[in-house]
Design a protein around this ligand. Structure first.
Ligand code: HEC
Ligand code: HEC
Length: 481
């Protein structure tokens, strides 16, 4: 009798422990692992806020991230308003959203954020200073200070304030449950600090290089050092962001990226997803396919200011006679090819960054890590792609490193192109065709010095000796592309 009573009590206790354990297990699972990624049927919304699966491995806890501009206000760029969140890095918030365009938020236990494709592939311009900006998703971004954004996160992670005692009170203002608070205090905040410091170490090579500035992104150093496991060698690849309009025109040419180192849009997109930190099983194929199909057919936006059609027709003749068409005209069999680096003569740092060893290392590593079925992902080419020039008006500053502010400047002999100008101001200059890059407003943005390594504005000396009126006509024609 006594024995069976004892057993009943023991079972009872065990039952309570199991129920409590299961409850706790559920809470831990719910608080750390439950996955919920928002679904975006509209592909434009997907581009702005959609995930390519990177939060699983490279997500930043949203509730901590949200308070960092306030907690580490002194680490924001000079003059930035902490109440405006991440706007200081060129991010734009749409009404009613707690994340800006270019940030994706998914729940894996807790909300985690990362960059979406629109952080970089999104452009805007204004016709007059008092106008609201007009946006073109998939255009070339000119205002996102990607490197400064990460440097801010790293600086904050290195600071004594990056601790539960300072972060939790700030987070509570936005709502924080009791159990959630415990998870943040003991697990998430310490882990987030560790992870940010690890990423900083992985990217620490960039502290030794000239700053990329807004609208450029050091895309492939990490591919070289982290994925291909090559030693750090001071390489600089500070490329501008390409536009993604009407890509079907390029499907036959098979040159993606500035040096044409991939031959298909699929590969280029997979590289982007992996570069963002996504592991293969988490990459949402359907979403990437939808995005690909949109990029293949999305028309290039027409020039938004008046065009003198008679002058443009004269310009078309110059375009043919000066040889531009042979390298750039849509539909011409010789357009969109890689032009050898010695012949094009533009800054060679981005080209030299990728060596045969990088190609070998990355292709091997990518296959092993992700089990990708393709025979290869990247290749070494001989130079830079003579890109198709649709929507060229929206691609300023020009050349792969964004070193020439306007089309008028590109048609000057290299020695006469601006040696210093400012990137990141979005007021349009329809006379020279590009963004306003001098004057007090532009000078609040990023000073681009062409004398720094990787920033050279030399080469592409085509059309530079044309008579002034032919240059004017040619520029008028370029507006129509
Ligand atoms: C942090 C900035 C950044 C983000 C975020 C980003 N990209 Fe890019 N992307 C670039 C840069 C810079 C290049 C050009 C790199 C080069 O060729 O040197 C590029 C090039 C590309 C290209 C090749 C385009 C061409 O014309 O050859 C594709 C395709 C692409 N990105 C897809 C994506 C996708 C898909 C996403 C979202 C998963 C994404 N990118 C997110 C910066 C970014
Ligand atoms: C021999 C082939 C060739 C000829 C001829 C040529 N280009 Fe180019 N063009 C290129 C290459 C290659 C690039 C990319 C170079 C780089 O980014 O470093 C380029 C880039 C450009 C860009 C910058 C595009 C961007 O997205 O930033 C413009 C604009 C341009 N060319 C206009 C012209 C005009 C106008 C002419 C005629 C006066 C011309 N090109 C003649 C090969 C050529």
């Amino acid at each position: 009798m006594a024995a069976s009573r004892k057993r009943r009590i023991l079972l009872g206790i065990l039952g309570v422990v199991v129920v409590l354990g299961a409850g706790l297990g559920y809470l831990v699972w719910d608080g750390l692992f439950r996955r919920e990624a928002p679904r975006f049927d509209d592909i434009r919304e997907f581009m702005k806020y959609g995930s390519v699966g990177q939060e699983v491995t490279a997500g930043i806890p949203f509730k901590v991230w949200q308070v960092l501009p306030e907690v580490c206000a002194d680490k924001l760029p000079a003059g930035a308003d902490p109440a405006k969140g991440y706007a200081a890095f060129g991010f734009v918030y749409e009404d009613g959203k707690d994340i800006p365009i270019g940030i994706t938020k998914s729940r894996i236990g807790f909300d985690r954020i990362s960059l979406s494709c629109a952080a970089c592939h999104n452009s805007h311009y204004r016709a007059r200073p008092e106008d609201a900006p007009t946006y073109f998703l998939s255009g070339t971004d000119t205002s996102f200070y990607g490197q400064r954004y990460f440097n801010f996160l790293f600086a904050c992670a290195n600071d004594a304030r990056f601790a539960p005692a300072t972060l939790l009170p700030a987070m509570e203002k936005h709502g924080l449950g009791t159990f959630e608070s415990l998870l943040f205090r003991f697990l998430i905040i310490p882990k987030m600090k560790d992870e940010l410091l690890k990423v900083e170490k992985r990217l620490s090579w960039w502290y030794d290089l000239p700053e990329a500035g807004p609208g450029r992104w050091i895309a492939f150093n990490d591919l070289k050092y982290h994925f291909a496991k090559q030693p750090r060698d001071g390489s600089i690849g500070n490329p501008d962001i390409p536009t993604m309009f009407n890509l079907q025109l390029r499907e036959n040419i098979k040159t993606y990226h500035w040096d044409g180192f991939t031959d298909s849009l699929d590969k280029a997109m997979q590289n982007a997803a992996v570069g963002a930190g996504a592991d293969e099983p988490a990459i949402p194929r359907d979403d990437l396919n939808r995005l690909r199909d949109w990029w293949l057919t999305q028309p290039a936006p027409p020039y938004p200011f008046p065009v003198d059609q008679t002058l443009a027709a004269q310009g078309k003749q110059v375009w043919e006679a000066a040889g531009c068409a042979g390298c750039h005209a849509i539909g011409r069999p010789t357009a969109g090819r890689v032009i050898p680096i010695e012949e094009i003569g533009t800054d060679r740092h981005r080209y030299d960054l990728i060596t045969p060893g990088t190609v070998e290392g990355y292709n091997r590593e990518a296959k092993a890590m992700y089990g990708w079925p393709q025979a290869w992902f990247i290749r070494k080419t001989e130079g830079y792609v003579a890109v198709l020039l649709d929507a060229v008006w929206l691609r300023a500053p020009y050349l792969h490193n964004g070193s020439v502010p306007t089309l008028a400047d590109l048609l000057k002999p290299p020695a006469e192109r601006p040696a210093v100008f400012y990137r990141g101001y979005d007021l349009y200059d329809p006379v020279h065709v590009g963004y306003v890059s001098t004057g007090p407003e532009a000078e609040k943005q990023f000073r681009y010095d062409t004398a720094l390594p990787g920033n050279g504005n030399q080469g592409h000396a085509y059309g530079v000796d044309l008579p002034a009126e032919e240059k004017t006509a040619l520029i008028e024609y370029l507006k129509t592309l």
